[in-house]
Each structure stands twice: as C-alpha cells, then as structure tokens.
Design a protein. Structure first.
Length: 156
C-alpha cells in the first residue's frame, strides 16, 4: 500500500505539472507584452515632451520649455551664448534669445528616441531686426529617475 500511495502522489504531481506548465508560459508572455507596452509608453512620453517644447519655441513661451531644464543645461546659440547654465539662468538666456530672434515659424523635423536618451532637430525661422533667416535646432533630453530633462539646447 505504501508504494501504491507513492505512485498515486507521483501521478498527481505529473498532472499538476501538466496544468501549471502552460500557465507559466502564458504568464511569461503576458509579462513580455507588458514590457513592450511600457516601452511604447516611454516613446509616447518623449514625443509629448518634444511636442510641448516645439509649441514653446513656436510661441516663444519659455515657461513651457523651462520645466524640462535640469540643474545644468548646455546651450549653444548663434548669438555667441555657449556653456552650461543653471535652470534659472537658462530661463533668462532663452527668453533673451527669443526677444532678439523672433520666431516666425518652427517645426521639429526629426525625433529619435530610446529608453534613456532622445533628441530632436528642427528648423527655426526667425526675424532679427527686420532680417529673416533660418537656424538649425538640436535638443537632447535624458531620463533621470522618472523625469526627462533637457541636457543640450542648440540653435545655430
């Protein structure tokens, strides 16, 4: 009777394994789907950030852009501004630039994203003392913790 009890227990374990194995495969696939969805959410978030920055540049609205400034943001502008600035300094540097080089239109034309670094480029059409011209814009953002910050802002 003892060996028969052991054989029955082994059969029970076998049946349990047959039931649990497909379930474990199903759960692992669901987990992979969740990770893929999270990755798509991240890309969407970056695209939304770049849309907001684009809108801020179009309207010369520093407020919309400045919330993405980190402790040190690198600026390189055609008017000679070049270097790292605190978020407070960066605000006024950008505000002054917009006053001198009044945007007539701006459009992001290229956005590249990955999980921790992304960048965008665009054409900045502006008016400076009655002269119209175009500059190339490059903006890079980096994920730090749960927040995205602008690490580089170039208009040349």
């Amino acid at each position: 009777m003892g060996s028969r009890h052991i054989i029955l227990n082994m059969k029970n374990y076998f049946y349990i394994l047959i039931i649990l194995l497909p379930l474990s495969v199903l759960f692992s696939q669901t987990s992979n789907l969740t990770r893929k969805t999270d990755t798509k959410k991240g890309v969407q978030q970056e695209e939304l950030i770049f849309k907001e920055i684009e809108s801020g540049i179009k309207d010369a609205n520093v407020e919309r852009i400045s919330k993405y400034f980190g402790q040190q943001t690198y600026f390189s502008f055609s008017n000679g501004i070049n270097g790292y600035y605190s978020s407070n300094q960066a605000y006024y540097v950008l505000e002054d630039f917009f006053k001198l080089y009044r945007v007539t239109s701006f459009k992001m034309d290229n956005v590249k994203s990955d999980s921790n670094h992304s960048y965008a480029t665009g054409k900045y059409n502006y008016d400076n003392k009655g002269q119209r011209s175009t500059a190339q814009v490059y903006i890079s953002i980096k994920k730090i913790g749960h927040n995205w910050i602008i690490t580089q802002f170039t208009i040349n």
